[in-house]
Design a protein around this ligand. Structure first.
Ligand code: HEC
Length: 177
């Protein structure tokens, strides 16, 4: 091959690479744009859904998930109502509140069964509880087919909202009896 061709070859390689990057980017955008909106019931039991929660600070998406769901108790309390949106998006796949165990335990009345500090840790750092061999977590892990409660990257404030919502939803169940 003639020596003089090298610069051209390199240029061509660089261009091809740049084009590849641009294509990949365009693809990514297209995929993100076509992603379905978060379902509020999460009935598809699909762990993929939980991946979305790992990006913190996405209240817009979370609120969007809440749209169909305002006929219920939590609306009088803002903490409980943001907890509700988050619960439906991040937890409902695995947890019911008064509707029975799913992949994880039913959470109705959880505040009466567990200490608040433990609950907050169980929601924000479940993986750490497991590493510490926390006795409750170990027992639950065995009982629930050795499925790990995932660490969803939630803050303590998120956990507070979630607990407020779970408490409110528990109360609604109790009142209905
Ligand atoms: C992929 C399924 C899954 C998701 C999503 C999930 N959990 Fe869990 N959760 C579990 C499993 C399984 C357990 C029991 C085993 C364990 O603790 O590792 C559990 C345990 C718990 C416990 C302890 C229950 C008890 O009886 O003490 C709490 C509280 C809890 N989850 C809250 C939540 C909240 C709140 C969310 C949403 C932010 C959530 N979980 C999301 C599967 C899940």
């Amino acid at each position: 091959m003639a020596k003089g061709n090298w610069p051209k070859l390199i240029l061509a390689a660089v261009l091809a690479f740049a084009l590849g990057l641009a294509l990949a980017r365009a693809f990514q955008v297209a995929i993100l744009a076509s992603a379905p909106p978060p379902t509020s019931e999460g009935a598809q039991g699909d762990v993929v859904q939980t991946d979305r929660q790992e990006t913190p600070s996405q209240p817009a998406g979370i609120r969007a998930g809440d749209r169909a769901a305002d006929a219920q108790p939590a609306s009088r309390d803002t903490s409980a109502s943001s907890g509700k949106a988050l619960f439906q998006q991040a937890c409902a796949t695995c947890h019911g509140i008064g509707s029975g165990d799913r992949i994880g335990p039913d959470l109705a009345g959880i505040s009466a069964r567990r200490e608040r500090a433990w609950l907050i840790r169980a929601i924000t750092v479940p993986d750490r509880l497991r590493l510490e061999r926390d006795p409750i977590t170990v027992e639950l892990y065995d009982k629930f087919n050795r499925v790990d409660m995932p660490n969803l990257g939630l803050s303590e404030a998120d956990a507070g909202d979630l607990i407020a919502y779970i408490d409110a939803a528990t109360q609604v169940k109790l009142d209905a009896k």
